[in-house]
Design a protein. Structure first.
Length: 282
């Protein structure tokens, strides 16, 4: 069985190559980044020199798989035509940046239907994905649809919804998945219990298929079970506890998958450092 590839979401402050340096400092075997400011529609241009420096730094490092997380502003089910157009353009831009940086997967929250209903929302997300992917040359980067906590009208909180989005797309081969433990717990999957964790993993295998899983987010939860609230906590310090993470690390279904912590960093990445040390000890 391939050992897990542990890593963290790290800052790109100071330029993209600095993210690789931070990953090396943490001993990361995998890494997640933003490819632009996640709170703005438009990012500063990515120059060829910076992209080349990032790829060279990655190639010279022990860091393995790279994934990116898309902007939080993107809503592929937006009902406002302007927001929908901006969301599609932002996703296309980030896919282009990922391709230039050699990033294998772009994690995307599916979207919120904002009252249109789940069926209409799923259809809208699939249509947006198709529109974007048809306008972006096929490259090294898959879109990784992430399961969500289900706040408000956000879709993707049930594994079946993610499967429905992919089934409705004309570009299924360019779509994969990212699994988040905190989101699953908040959405009502009892991943904190051995039977509940196994049921969740079995549902992933049955409805999505493990070959499509491009990354896992190993996050504990500040909020209680089935809260439908997305609040990450450091591993072992939240409502999930450390034991389920040990089970995930040793489950053959997750073998060889990038496993990323998106937990509170504290000063000088101390939170990530502590979380990775704990995960390695499990």
């Amino acid at each position: 069985m391939h050992p897990p590839l542990l890593g963290a979401h790290v800052s790109i402050a100071g330029g993209l190559p600095r993210a690789i340096e931070r990953g090396v400092e943490l001993g990361c075997e995998a890494l997640q980044i933003f490819v632009k400011n996640a709170s703005q529609w438009r990012g500063r241009p990515l120059g060829d020199e910076e992209a080349r420096a990032f790829r060279e730094a990655h190639a010279a490092s022990p860091v393995g798989p790279l994934v990116a997380h898309s902007s939080y502003l993107i809503n592929l089910a937006a009902v406002d035509p302007e927001i929908l157009a901006r969301s599609r353009a932002a996703l296309a831009d980030e896919l282009d940046r990922c391709a230039r940086l050699g990033v294998a997967g772009l994690v995307v929250h599916p979207g919120a239907h904002l009252g249109a209903g789940e069926e209409a929302g799923i259809a809208a997300i699939a249509a947006s994905l198709d529109a974007v992917l048809e306008g972006v040359a096929e490259g090294p980067t898959r879109v990784l649809l992430e399961n969500t906590a289900g706040q408000g009208t956000v879709l993707g909180y049930r594994i079946a919804q993610i499967a429905s989005i992919r089934a409705a797309s004309r570009h299924r081969d360019r779509l994969g998945y990212c699994l988040d433990t905190c989101h699953a717990f908040a959405a009502g999957y009892a991943v904190h219990e051995p039977a509940g964790l196994d049921e969740w993993l079995a549902e992933v295998g049955e409805l999505l298929g493990w070959e499509g899983v491009g990354a896992l987010h190993l996050n504990d939860s500040k909020q209680p079970f089935a809260s439908r609230r997305d609040r990450h906590e450091n591993v072992g310090q939240g409502a999930i506890g450390s034991e389920p993470f040990a089970r995930l690390l040793h489950d053959p279904r997750t073998a060889g998958k990038p496993m990323i912590v998106e937990t509170p960093t504290e000063d000088d990445m101390a939170g990530h450092r502590r979380d990775l040390e704990l995960l390695r000890s499990l």
